[in-house]
Every structure is written in structure tokens, then in C-alpha cells.
Design a protein around this ligand. Structure first.
Ligand SMILES: Cc1cc2nc3c(=O)[nH]c(=O)nc-3n(C[C@H](O)[C@H](O)[C@H](O)COP(=O)(O)OP(=O)(O)OC[C@H]3O[C@@H](n4cnc5c(N)ncnc54)[C@H](O)[C@@H]3O)c2cc1C
Ligand code: FES
Length: 289
């Protein structure tokens, strides 16, 4: 029998968050800082918030965005940063928002990364997927604690960050990962930065011979075909891998079933799971790609 679904929406709050800053950080990519203490204080790495522009109906539905990082005002966690790629109705409208404006936000939502600590944590991002991974790097390198009460993990010995994008102009805030202490490696399809090829080509180059599967864990986020390829690469080497799925969402709180993904049960069958409340992070071996 399938395990009962766990719902991660119960702790979410809804608020109007003031925009503190909003800057372009790469090609078609913006970073926005929101004043949202109850989200910033509770979010753990891999969780997300639904964002919506208040007082307008187009687009009607909120969109999910990973909490990139949370900051304090010197006393309590208060600000949450989001990084987004402009490509559709909501993100085009969001790019026009100015500091001082308000955004409707609800969160934190989803399960976040729960991966037990590993000696070597390998973060793998495709496209805008890095947004789910910075806080995880900072947490596992002992630079920050997240959640309320804050989570505690033994430190990872080493965090490698492998990031693939179409071209060099798409990489945003790469220095955040370097400053956190990650060993950063890039791949681009056009060869304009790092290895020419996909992020799996990069993994193949970096870890061709010397990967200690038992001491390594992968946390991955990006477009679905890229995550499927990373999951297959990890499985073929016996490396545990978690993926954060980016399925489209409408409500974010488990009501509409827009966001379902096929997830394997312990008995070998599969069932539809709502990524907003039972994910977005899943064991890659359980995802039916
Ligand atoms: C948990 C989670 C966290 C996310 N975090 C971020 C983030 O930090 N930064 C960021 O930029 N984006 C993130 N996304 C993706 C973002 O929510 C979507 O791209 C969103 O649809 C953008 O809204 P839009 O109105 O601009 O584009 P839309 O008008 O919604 O979409 C534009 C086009 O993309 C297609 N599309 C939309 N979403 C997806 C999808 N997930 N997979 C495949 N095709 C899709 C649509 O069909 C349409 O053709 C996240 C998604 C999830 C589920
Ligand atoms: S987005 Fe509505 S159930 Fe997941």
C-alpha cells in the first residue's frame, strides 16, 4: 500500500511583501529582495514561495520561485532573495516592479532538501536551477542555518557546484557559490564559458575516474530532461541523488493537482504525487522520468 501523503503547506503564511531591491544580474535574469520575515525565518534549502502581483488579474495565478537565500536585519531573519529568468507573462510583469512596490507571497512551501550529510556534496544545476541550491551549500558548509527552529547538519567536507547553461551570459551571481566555499565548475552549450557541452559532460569530465560513491551525494535542479540525465548518470555510478522538480504549479498548497509527477512507491508501482506539498525534492531513483 502507498505511504500516506505528507503535506508541507501547513506552515505557510500569506503576506504582502515590500520589494527592497531589484536588479538585473545576468541575461534576462533578475534578483529581487523581499521584506518577508515570516518566510525568511522559516524557509529551509529547497523550499519555495508562490509569488503574485497584487491588485491585478493578469496573470491570475501565482508562480513558484525557490527561496535563493534569507538574510537578517541584524537581529532576526527578515529578507528573502529570489532569482528569476524572464520568459513568460508573470516574469515579464515582475521585471517592471520597483523597490517600494508590494508583491503577494505565500510560503515557505514544499519539503526542501533533506539529504543526509555527505563528505562530498555535489550540487548540479541546469539553467535557472541554481536558485534552489545556494542555501543548501551555505548550510552544509556551516555558513548559515535555516528554518525555525533552525536545522542542524554535520558539515560536508567538500561542496562541488556544477552548473550548465546555454551560454556564459546566463550565469547569475556565480560568486555567491564561490564565496560560500564551493568548488565551482561551468559548462555551456556554445562553449562561451567552461566545458563545451551539457552539465552531464561536465560531470563525466570531473568525476570520470575518481568518484567515491558512498561518500558522495548529489542535489540537482534544472529542466526535467537535464535532471533525468543527471539521475541516470548518478544511478549508473551508485551515487545517491535528490532532484528538485520544476513542474508548473497553480495553487502551491495541494488543492489543484496541477503539479503532479509520477513517483515510485516502495512496492515498485507508482502514483501521482503533488510536487508542491510532497516535493519538490524527491529521491531521483523514485521519479518516473
Ligand atoms: C518549486 C519551483 C521553484 C522554481 N523556482 C524558480 C526560480 O527560482 N527562478 C525561476 O526563474 N523559475 C523558477 N521556477 C519556474 C517558474 O515558476 C516558471 O518558469 C513560471 O512558469 C514562470 O512564470 P511565467 O508566467 O513567466 O512563465 P509562464 O507563462 O508560466 O511560462 C512560459 C512558458 O514556459 C512553459 N513553462 C512554464 N513552467 C514550466 C515548467 N516548469 N516546465 C516546462 N515548461 C514550463 C509554459 O508552458 C509556457 O510555454 C520554479 C518552479 C518550481 C516548480
Ligand atoms: S500546485 Fe496545486 S496541488 Fe500542487
Amino acid at each position: 500500500m502507498a505511504a500516506p501523503a505528507v503535506c508541507h503547506a501547513d506552515e505557510a503564511v500569506v503576506l504582502r511583501a515590500r520589494v527592497v531591491s531589484h536588479d538585473q544580474v545576468a541575461e534576462a535574469t533578475w534578483r529581487i529582495r523581499l521584506d518577508c520575515p515570516s518566510i525568511a525565518a522559516r524557509a529551509v534549502p529547497g523550499q519555495f514561495a508562490m509569488l503574485r502581483l497584487p491588485d491585478r488579474c493578469d496573470p491570475l495565478l501565482a508562480r513558484p520561485f525557490a527561496v535563493y537565500d534569507a538574510f537578517s536585519d541584524g537581529i532576526e531573519p527578515r529578507y528573502a532573495d529570489f532569482i528569476y529568468l524572464v520568459h513568460g507573462r508573470f516574469t515579464r510583469a515582475l521585471a517592471d516592479v520597483r523597490p517600494g512596490d508590494e508583491i503577494l507571497a505565500w510560503g515557505p512551501l514544499g519539503n526542501g532538501f533533506a539529504a543526509p550529510s555527505a563528505e562530498h556534496l555535489v550540487l548540479v544545476a541546469g539553467g535557472i536551477g541554481q536558485t534552489a541550491l545556494l542555501a543548501l551549500a551555505r548550510e552544509r558548509l556551516g555558513l548559515a542555518r535555516y528554518g525555525q527552529p533552525s536545522r542542524e547538519f554535520p558539515r560536508a567536507g567538500h561542496v562541488t557546484f556544477c552548473w550548465g547553461a546555454r551560454s556564459a551570459g546566463m550565469f547569475a551571481c556565480t560568486d555567491d557559490f564561490r564565496k560560500a566555499g564551493c568548488d565551482v565548475h561551468l559548462a555551456t552549450l556554445d562553449g562561451s564559458a567552461g566545458v563545451k557541452g551539457t552539465v552531464v559532460d561536465l560531470l563525466e569530465q570531473r568525476f570520470a575516474a575518481d568518484v567515491d560513491a558512498a561518500a558522495t551525494r548529489i542535489a540537482c535542479c534544472g529542466p526535467e530532461p537535464m535532471m533525468a540525465a543527471v539521475a541516470a548518470w548518478a544511478a549508473s555510478r551508485g551515487i545517491a541523488c535528490e532532484v528538485s522538480l520544476e513542474t508548473p504549479m497553480a495553487c502551491g498548497i495541494g488543492i489543484c493537482f496541477t503539479c503532479v509527477a509520477r513517483i515510485r512507491d516502495a512496492d515498485g508501482g507508482w502514483d501521482y504525487r503533488r510536487t508542491c506539498v510532497e516535493g519538490p525534492v524527491f529521491d531521483a531513483a523514485r521519479v518516473v522520468w
